[in-house]
Design a protein around this ligand. Structure first.
Ligand SMILES: Nc1ncnc2c1ncn2[C@@H]1O[C@H](COP(=O)(O)OP(=O)(O)O)[C@@H](O)[C@H]1O
Ligand SMILES: Cc1ncsc1CCOP(=O)(O)O
Ligand SMILES: [Mg+2]
Length: 306
């Protein structure tokens, strides 16, 4: 059986697990996208709960199956709640996803993102390319909450993270993967940069997913939703790379289908919710488009593309 078809079948198996287990996903997210995030989790088959009251944190942390921390509208009270919840998640190794919304757009948000990304290193971090690259301390190019870095540039930045210019000289290319990703993964077990192409990275692999639609950029909250459903997949699949891959594929393929049915951004979300709800194995097998690279391209430019 071909690799892609096998991956699509595994992804559908995780979708089925979410519908059967209905994981309770605790989401501390921004005011802009709260409602559509809860509805997207319900459409996927998970059970959302949005709460950040100080008195509620310990109890919620005890009963939830997964946690999504989204810093889109970071008030002091909410950031304190996020830090508490991430510390509790680190103790219990609870499936955790951090969405560093707006990191790289000014010092305040970037500082909060760096503070949160240093907690609970088993977590998955999902952001657009600018947000993720701002965590490597060299790039602060996020425009509001939007990325200004291409997926290809993001890969170079992430792989060369923490390396001096001479270490990145062409004859050092062959060991970029080890140093770049290794240093980076001290923050996370898996990192996702989303955009025209989604990229899932961990210490040993890079997967590029090519599904989705431009229209997903014309609607607020599609990235926040991706982070929340990543937490739902992580709650039923302890392997973070596999969970993040399944979430990216599910979100982007549902978005692709919704964009074909919608007549613009105003009708996109209802179709997106329906697509998440109705996504079946045949659709995943037919539509999934991925490209796998590991290790990273060598100095000669070739790579073990699978
Ligand atoms: N130009 C695009 N083409 C296809 N899919 C896209 C495009 N831009 C974003 N997406 C999809 O929309 C979702 C949100 O990604 P993104 O816009 O990068 O996040 P954010 O909203 O956090 O900036 C992802 O599922 C991604 O695959
Ligand atoms: C516009 C905006 N401003 C603060 S949070 C937010 C929503 C961002 O949603 P997404 O990251 O999914 O585009
Ligand atoms: Mg975002």
């Amino acid at each position: 059986m071909d690799i892609q078809k096998n991956l699509a079948i595994r992804i559908h198996g995780l979708c089925r697990k979410i519908r059967e287990q209905r994981p309770l996903i605790h989401v501390v997210t921004n005011f802009v996208v709260m409602n559509q995030t809860a509805n997207a989790l319900l459409a996927l088959g998970a059970a959302p709960t949005m709460s950040w009251a100080r008195e509620d944190l310990e109890y919620m942390s005890g009963i939830s199956d997964g946690l999504c921390i989204n810093m889109g509208t970071p008030t002091r009270e909410r950031v304190e709640a996020m830090i508490t919840l991430m510390a509790l998640a680190q103790q219990s190794k609870k499936p955790l996803v951090l969405d560093p919304v707006g990191s790289g757009a000014g010092p305040h948000r970037t500082e909060i993102a760096r503070q949160l990304s240093a907690l609970a290193p088993h977590k998955i971090i999902r952001g657009n390319a600018s947000e993720i690259c701002s965590l490597t301390h060299e790039h602060t190019t996020t425009r509001g909450v939007d990325s200004t870095i291409s997926p290809a540039d993001a890969k170079e930045i992430l792989v060369t993270h923490g390396r001096t210019a001479d270490q990145c000289a062409p004859d050092h290319q062959h060991d970029l993967r080890d140093k770049g990703v290794e240093i980076f993964s001290t923050m996370a077990s898996c990192v996702v940069t989303s955009g025209k192409e989604d990229m899932v990275l961990d210490n040993t692999r890079t997967l590029i997913l090519k599904n989705g639609s431009d229209l997903m950029n014309a609607v607020t909250g599609t990235g926040c939703i991706l982070s929340a459903i990543t937490a739902a997949f992580y709650a039923v699949c302890p392997e973070p790379f596999e969970a993040a891959t399944a979430a990216c594929a599910t979100s982007a393929i549902a978005g692709e289908i919704a964009a074909e049915k919608a007549s613009g951004p105003g009708t996109f979300l209802p179709h997106f919710m329906d697509s998440l709800y109705n996504l079946d194995e045949k659709t995943l097998i037919t539509r999934l488009k991925t490209e796998r690279q590991f290790p990273y391209p060598s100095a000669t430019g070739n790579s073990n593309k699978v």
